[in-house]
Write a protein that binds this ligand. Sequence first.
Ligand code: HEM
Length: 328
Amino acid sequence: MTFKRRVAAATLVAALAIVPIARAHAEEADAESLVNALNAVFGSHKGQRAAHPHGVCVKGNFVASPDAASLTKAQHFNSKTPVGVIARFSMAGGDPNASNAQKDNPRGFAIHFDLGKDTTTDLVMISDPVFVARDPDQFLKLLTTVATHDNAKIGEYFKENPNSTRAAAWLNARPVPASFGTVDYWGVHAFTATNGEGKKQVFKYKAIPVAGDVGISDDEAKKKDPDFYRPELKDRFAKGPVEFKLTAILGQPGDPTDDPTELWPEDQRKSITLGTLSITGFEDQATCDGGIFDPTNLTDGIDGPENDKIFPMRSQAYAVSFSRRAAP
Ligand code: HEM
């Protein structure tokens, strides 16, 4: 299977067409300004993603659980045979040398599910349940403030925007993951599933490692090579697949669906096991780099959030980042 066709031409053209003309005010975010702001914080690195550049491309499959059909009619969640996946684990931020031992930096887990006939659907997750900004303008403000390197201004930003502190607080309260394969990942946004009878249900994705949540101490982390996850994965693959139970946490009326900085009380929510993701080995880096993992690349039976402004902006920003990193 090939996963080279990733950026729909229309998406790319739309993203490139966004020119910074006549803005209402200086802090109104668009895809270009967000990628520029990421570059201002982390530097611009030729041929690399503006965010999550340090990563590893892997492959495997997904086997749907019998319960998944009660939630959604989506093809990959109803397949009677294993669905091929290409995935990428990564470190967040924009530093291509970000250490695998960092604590307050989420790990990323991006997945293309092969739907056949050269089509895919994507799921892009991180290792904490919330994002750092409720909307693109707030994210731009955060990035431009951090880019000043002025500690007083940065402190003031976080005081005025406490919702931006939740992600780091969550990560700092937990150990450094021992492996890309021993940490929970969340889809962060609220999706809506539609089943074969037309019943709709709001949910959030969570991938739970079958090997359990395993961390290392801060002292152990200090001694680790910045790239220790790749050899760690190699050892794991030699013993068998790295597995995750992909689950849907079911929302209740009143659970916020428009703000990815808001936590759902997931321990008080029912969940459904959608199936098992098995990551079986490494894949050529080029397979993951030849396009984007687009969270808005959905399939019939799953819809994105209607009023979450971060969600559609991601697709546009990823296309801008792709067009820059693919440029000669
Ligand atoms: C407006 C908000 C956001 C912006 C501007 C943004 C920006 C970016 C950019 C520019 C890339 C690199 C794309 C590429 O070159 O292929 C990226 C990758 C990524 N982002 Fe975001 N992002 C945003 C929100 C989020 C959220 C809410 C999540 C949480 C799930 C997330 C998770 C990821 C992951 C896991 C990757 C790596 C994908 C890969 O492995 O190729 N991002 N982001």
